[in-house]
Structures are given as C-alpha cells and as structure tokens.
Design a protein around this ligand. Structure first.
Ligand code: SAH
Length: 277
C-alpha cells in the first residue's frame, strides 16, 4: 500500500523538529507534522474468511451524515499542511459511518465533527478524527484480523475498528468510562466488540496473540506484555513519550523471525497511560 516512500530518518527528524518549532504545540493529539509513513510490506499470511463480513449498522449513523462526509473530505482524505491524506478506503468508509457524536459527552456533541480532540471526562480525551483515521490505517488490518486496543475511552476508535474487522478487543482502566463506552457500543450495533475493564499494560492474555495492537494513551516504553502478545508479522501502533510532552507515534513490527523494527510516524500528544495500584 505505502511502498517506495523511503524518507531519510534525518530529514524526518528535522521536519518534525522544524514543525514543532514553527507551529508550537497544538491541542492534545494534534499532529505536528505527518511525513509519509514508511511501512514494511505485509508479512502475515492471509486467513481465509468463511463468511461474508457483517458490517455494523449503528442506528445513529442516519444523523449528521453530511457533517461526517465533510469531516472525511476536508480533514482526513485531503492533503493539508502538515498532514498526509488517509488513503485506505475501508478506513475512510468507516470514518464516514461511525456516529462520532454519540460517543462524546452530550455537552460536546455540537463539536463532535470538529477538527480537534474533545474531553470525554475523567481527564481523558477522544482523539481528533484525523488521528483516529491515521492510526487505523497504520494497523493495516486484514479482514478477520484480531486487534487489541488499549484505552477504550469513549469507544469511538473501537467502533471504527469494528468496521475493519469483526475481532476487536478493547481495554479501559477507568471504570465509568468503560461502562459508558460498553453501553454506547452495544446500543450502536457494535456488540461484537469485546470490552473489559483493566490495566492494558498487561494486554489481554486470554485472547492473545493479536495481529495488531493499538495503544491510545502515551507510554514511556512499549509494555513487554503487549510485545509478547503480538503475532509474528503483526504490528503495534503506540505513542511513546512522557506525559504532557510531545510524544512520538511509533509503528513497531514483529518480524517473522521475532525481531523488532520501529518507525516513527509523527509527533503527537496523548493522555498518559496510567497504571493500576
Ligand atoms: N481510544 C479512545 C481515546 C482514549 S483516551 C477513544 O476513541 O475515545 C486514552 C484512554 O486510555 C483513556 O480513557 C484512559 O483512561 C485509558 N487508559 C490510560 N491508561 C490505561 C491503561 N493502563 N489501561 C487501559 N486504559 C488506559
């Protein structure tokens, strides 16, 4: 999909650093600069799907469809300063269907399709639509892939993933957020998404291994249990860096021989990964 886009690491670092200096820090999750990701070719064998994939049909998708279409067209699919357009058609379709407004708190619904992250309570945020699309694309999910999300938050990212594969697992550490997200997911025909309250640092060993893991909170390092629960040929998309500083969004791939490759995609700001006592 993204072949032949080798960018020298030095240039990338300069671009990112330059952008940070030029634009300052944006809101949480704001991309500082989105150079073309260099992504390794898929190495994972195809799993045959026995049944036609059943796409979720969220009832609220009939509402605010025009705003969603505009969001996809203007914020996600289009080339903009500091942003590479998202090209994966399945991701673009998902972003056009998932009713983002029902995943944000009532008081924030009006801004649901704005080009920004939004508070969802308990000091947490739902990522900007572009970041959700970018991270979903970076996962390179095949039909039927098994994907684990750390940080359910509002449930929005999990819903987007549910349009890409029927096998979505998501963990949330804050109880009321977990409850709320699980409820919205059920009501919006995302009942196939498996939710659990728990510390995502440890992954979800009962369902491992995963083809892909997406972490939507920033960690100081890649949690070793997540690496262990990743299939060879699989990938983890994770923001790495300290709390309240610019973090690097990284794609870590596990080669078939078990070795690790990391690629920095862009600078981001996420809420920190917290740990259970
Ligand atoms: N993906 C979410 C946004 C998440 S914000 C969405 O689409 O709305 C990050 C989330 O990660 C927060 O809800 C936070 O509570 C959660 N989180 C932080 N540390 C965690 C941990 N160790 N395990 C699971 N979830 C965690």
């Amino acid at each position: 999909m993204r072949v032949g886009r080798a960018i020298a690491a030095g240039i990338l670092v300069l671009m990112v650093t330059g952008a940070v200096i030029a634009f300052g820090l944006g809101p949480l999750d704001a991309p500082v600069r989105a150079p073309e990701p260099q992504v390794q070719p898929e190495t994972q064998p195809d799993t045959p799907s026995s049944t036609e994939p059943k796409h979720p049909q969220p009832p609220a998708a009939t509402e605010r469809a025009d705003e969603r279409a505009r969001m996809v067209e203007q914020q996600i699919a289009r080339q903009r300063r500091g942003r590479q357009p998202i090209k994966d058609q399945a991701v673009l379709r998902a972003m056009g269907v998932v009713p983002r407004h029902v995943f944000v708190p009532k008081a924030r619904r009006r801004q649901a399709y704005d080009d920004s992250p939004l508070p969802i309570g308990y000091g947490q945020t739902i990522s900007q639509p572009y970041i959700v699309a970018m991270m979903s694309e970076l996962l390179e999910l095949k039909e039927d892939a098994k994907v684990l999300e750390i940080g359910t938050g509002s449930g929005y990212q999990a819903a987007v993933l549910a349009h890409l594969t029927p096998n979505v697992y998501t963990l949330e550490i804050i109880d009321p957020l977990f409850e709320r997200a699980a409820g919205v997911l059920r009501k919006q025909d995302y009942g196939a998404v498996r939710t659990r309250r728990g510390d995502g640092y440890f992954g979800w060993v009962e369902h491992a291994p995963f083809d892909a893991i997406i972490v939507t909170c920033a960690a100081g390092h890649l949690p070793p249990p997540l690496w262990e629960q990743l299939k060879p040929g699989g990938r983890i998309v994770i923001p790495i860096g300290g709390p309240y500083e610019v973090q690097r969004l990284i794609v870590v791939t596990k080669q078939l021989d078990g070795s690790r490759r990391s690629l920095t995609v862009m600078s981001v700001r996420f809420v920190p990964m917290t740990r259970e006592e």
